[in-house]
Design a protein around this ligand. Sequence first.
Ligand SMILES: Cc1ncc(COP(=O)(O)O)c(C=O)c1O
Length: 357
Amino acid sequence: MFGMSKIMPTPYFVMYENKLMQNLNKLKELEEKTNVHILHTVKSFNQSSVLPTISEKLSGISITSPKELGMAQTANAKHIHLYAPAFKYDVLESMSKDISTLSLNSLNQWETFKTLIVSKGLRINPKLSLEIPEHCNPNVTDSRLGIDAVEFLDNYHNNSNQFNQLEGLHFHALFQDKGEGFTLLIQYIEKNYSAVLPKLKWINLGGGHDFTSPNYDVDTFVKLLNDFESSYPNIKIYFEPGETVTQSCGDFVTTVLDIVTVNKKQIAILDTSIETHLLDVAIVQQKLKVQNTNQEPTPYLYELSGNSCLQGDIIGTYFFTKDLQVGEQIIFEDMMPYTMVKMTKFNGMEKAKFYLV
Ligand SMILES: Cc1ncc(COP(=O)(O)O)c(C=O)c1O
């Protein structure tokens, strides 16, 4: 990979600045082509040494808590958007002075906070029918995330005065979307919110857009947005992606501590653990990309496991291109978004270090 990987003690995460800049340049280009504002969702990636670079290049940062507000401020975010499923009164009152826009999640929260002096919007659950894994699908019918769209529209049409202070709408409905879901979302909004849209100052079209993927349908995206903007020239459009901002920008490097053979199965024990460094693997049950492995069977089959005392601390089974040795490095690719932010110190293990190269 590069010299440092053999020198630095593992485990560590490493981010490649040139790859991050490629992603940021793509996002910036999209902003310029469409006049939209892309905010980085900081819960997906919050390394303090990198946030100022992201913040400088993009239009702002999207946050959920006072701690993330501090991160956004330190990174000099130009626009700070705040959303959480629910707020305590004193916490939101104090944060409201330092944010640019706010999305509230329910009609109860709207009643509680509608007189707060900040540009306010409501998160709506559009309940789009999309093929998204259940645990991260915000469209599920009994989701607590966002107001039921029918309930909101009924309330709006029956008594729009209660929404006099409403300046924005927020729809976070997509996941790793290459453009198809976005087409459905924008068509859905134009069709159902024609009475509301002319009164709004902004709309937040959420995260889950895979903008930096080579397969993202940029042309359709640009066309849909240009059409929307010509119908509603006074509405500022925000997006708040997380994953796509740091996707494909870095790896996680570990070392084989021991190799044991049990019932003819070769198990490599690594200096990491799912519980401490790879919680995503447990939650999302994701198959990680491991360097020097094949999809097709090879004679070198290994179960990669963690070094905690939990039997279930198993990362996965992989066909390697050659025999593994104790002391050898195992490199997990594309590990920047959501993995590092979830690290713990379970079993007394240290959190993995982070390097930018
Ligand atoms: C409200 C909201 N906005 C934005 C995001 C970022 O989504 P993604 O990382 O899929 O782009 C999330 C992720 O869960 C979210 O819950």
